[in-house]
Design a protein around this ligand. Sequence first.
Ligand SMILES: [Zn+2]
Length: 277
Amino acid sequence: MSCPYCDGTGWRQVSEDGVVRVERCECWRKGVAKTLLGSARIPPRYRSCDLSSFVTYENPQLQRAISRARRFIDAFPVVEKGLLFIGPPGIGKTHIAVSVLRQVVLEKNAQGLYYDTRSLLSTIRSTYNPVIRTSEVDVLRPVMEAELLILDDLGAERLTDWVEETMNLIVNTRYNDRRPTIFTSNYEDIPDPEALESLLVRVGFRMHSRLREMCEFLEYTGPDYRDFEFPPSSDDLYRKWQSQPKRKLPARASVRARARLKTGKPDLGWSGGRAGG
Ligand SMILES: [Zn+2]
């Protein structure tokens, strides 16, 4: 059955102060959004992610992350910075990031794209194989040009010169073109070049300092949602979170201070204190 408002033309008449004009019908917008969602590469298990269905609990850092995500959706495409969700696995970072992507596509008809960082890198790598008839440009162009890109699980790939160069190329191009990117990472932002499991060490100094410029860092902790029968209750989540041992800053202040003296680089600082600490 064709649309009752536009008779299936995708345009409908509106009259304002006696002046009749045509505008895009809502059915057309929905059709476009559906096509855009279909090409956003959202993994099946995240296909119905929505911020409104995400169970939260009394965790100020998590609530801050959600409220920043909402603000990002409302403001898009006029957003100055992307977002970087940091925290241990299973606390819903991908859920929040994909929810933002879906809502921006559905509400703003933006062209969005999701990639797990490792799978993006291996896809790019596979283009060097002559048997595969996809070129590097075929993979990179949509990644560079997406109006909103999600790069999930940043830092999971072992840092090599090639990984560093490729990631810097992608991120710098998007930054220069003022296209926002949303990242997630399991690696804490410890401003210590000697803490091997830090974001800085996992992504490299250049990338880290670019991330600082282009993203708001939203770090939080919490229980692993996968430990619960779905959906968990807010109370269960809160109790589990409270019973978790608090993560501590590694006692490396003196090492950090020494490194700073040696390199003359400024302390990278903290984005907003320790979640749950
Ligand atoms: Zn219509």
